[in-house]
Design a protein around this ligand. Structure first.
Ligand code: HEM
Length: 456
């Protein structure tokens, strides 16, 4: 199915006011939500979803993410005087959603993440006392993000008060949640971001492939039919994702909760939007180069493989990255990041042993056709045509933990830097990626998800 440019624009315009716009295509293409367990446990963590399906792909266990995603960012309308009322109102809305939907991909996942502008403007004294402290970085777990070495100079560093990440296999559940949040009158909307993930594991043509083709994205015809993501490789290998509560503030001991349990079961969230040049990826890199770039140089992978093992035994050390760089002149995305994103030794926490090489970040990114957003208060920043990209969402125990990993992606390793010019094609994916926006957020535990610290 192809959309004309006019249909596309009409869809995008419709998307502003809650209808799915072009993303309704996702349901048409997949025939609706896949089979999932309906029940599910409401966890103390807002960032974890129960009932995630696990499938085998190329003999590797893979987590199947929810089909639809939306992120709403906003400014808080309330002043300090009416913050307690706002807290009660938002909690009422969120509790209503909890009551109406199972906390699983079949139901709905809503994660409220709060930005520094909220804490600075509305709860400065309590924030100074309660925001957890990163022992390794010797600073609070949340801080203003930087532009990274491979980011374009015009990457916008955002200052939203709040971001709601809304996930479900059913588009209507997301539309309902998004509408209830907007109807609360608690927020001035700043942006709406939409997208999709998955498909393809059950043998059908994947969603990114079909959506890219429908939107006439340059290079769409080159995407493998069953690819989980536009760039042709699976990224949700079970072993490549932080297990259980590993990214919680309290789990690995990176964080001092400062004698308060207020933010226990909370985490840090980084949110960015990144354009992907799909055509350049497939035209300028052959399959072996794509493997070297996405994973690591000198990795022997059978032609056409989409899911590559990422277990603790496959993790690259700093020495491996240097050795591979010496022999090939390049670094791989996953290998370079593994030097900082995986556990350096076994860690036992409350009877759970996380073995050396276990992944720490819990990624929740999804592909998009937004350019760069589905809607923005700054209408001038919305491009006319759909564009391939990723809304990158990731949970780490601290903002500095994300920063270390993101720097490693650019070759800035724990023992020194492998120098690349920005956009160098030997520097992982960076030559075909272009970041438009970034911001750090704090995700409180579910119990304090509504206007955290307002009551203090
Ligand atoms: C296949 C396509 C992939 C794409 C397009 C992609 C893209 C990205 C991007 C853009 C970032 C940085 C986000 C930012 O700049 O804000 C990132 C980070 C990361 N990626 Fe990938 N990636 C892919 C595959 C993988 C794979 C296969 C793995 C490993 C299983 C992986 C592991 C990671 C990790 C651990 C991070 C850092 C997250 C953090 O520190 O919190 N990625 N990826």
């Amino acid at each position: 199915m192809k959309l004309t440019r006019r249909q596309m624009l009409a869809g995008a315009a419709a998307g502003v006011v809650g209808a799915g716009g072009i993303y309704e295509l996702v349901d048409q293409l997949t025939g609706g939500a896949p089979q999932r367990a309906a029940g599910g446990k409401l966890l103390p963590e807002q960032h974890l979803l129960d009932g995630i399906r696990i499938v085998q792909s190329n003999g590797v266990e893979v987590l199947v993410p929810p089909l639809h995603h939306e992120i709403v960012t906003a400014h808080v309308v309330a002043g300090r005087a009416d913050l307690l009322d706002a807290q009660a109102s938002l909690e009422h809305v969120l509790a209503g959603l909890d009551a109406d939907y199972a906390p699983t991909p079949a139901g709905l996942g809503v994660t409220a993440a709060w930005g520094l502008p909220y804490f600075r403007r509305l709860t400065p004294a309590a924030a100074a006392r309660y925001i957890p402290y990163d022992r390794r970085a010797k600073k609070p777990v949340i801080f203003d993000t930087e532009r990274f070495q491979s980011d374009p100079p015009d990457t916008r560093l955002e200052s939203n008060d709040v971001a709601f990440l809304i996930r479900s296999d059913v588009r209507a559940h997301i539309d309902d949640a998004s509408k209830r949040l907007r109807d609360s009158k608690l927020f001035e909307l700043k942006s709406i971001r939409r997208g999709f993930a998955g498909g393809g594991f059950d043998g059908g043509r994947s969603l990114p492939k079909q959506m890219a083709e429908a939107a006439q994205i340059p290079g769409a015809d080159l995407i493998p039919d069953t690819a989980e993501l536009y760039l042709g490789f699976t990224s949700t290998q079970r072993a490549g994702m932080g297990p259980g509560t590993i990214a919680n503030f309290e789990t690995l001991g990176y964080v001092d909760l400062r004698d308060h349990d207020y933010f226990r079961h909370g985490t840090h969230m980084h949110l960015s939007h990144i354009h992907e040049d799909v055509e350049a990826w497939y035209l300028n890199f052959d399959f072996d180069e794509r493997v070297a770039t996405a994973f690591r140089p000198n990795l022997d992978v059978k032609q056409g493989t989409q899911t590559v093992r990422q277990g603790p035994q496959d993790v690259s050390t700093v020495a491996d990255v240097h050795r591979d760089y010496k022999s090939s002149g390049r670094i791989g995305h996953s290998a370079a990041i593994q030097t900082t994103s995986r556990l350096e030794r076994d860690v036992a926490v409350d009877g759970v042993v996380y073995v050396k090489g276990t992944a720490i970040p819990v990624r929740a990114d999804f592909n998009t056709l937004d350019n760069p957003f589905n809607w923005s208060v700054n209408l001038a920043e919305i491009g006319e045509l759909p564009a391939a990209g990723v809304h990158f969402v990731v949970f780490n125990p601290t903002g500095d933990d994300f920063r270390r990993n993101r720097r490693a992606m650019d070759g800035q390793l724990p023992d020194g830097t492998i120098a690349f010019t920005p956009q160098d094609r030997n520097q992982g994916f960076n030559s075909i990626l272009s970041t438009t926006h970034r911001q750090n957020f704090l995700v409180p535990p579910r119990v304090h998800r509504s206007f955290p610290l307002a009551e203090l």
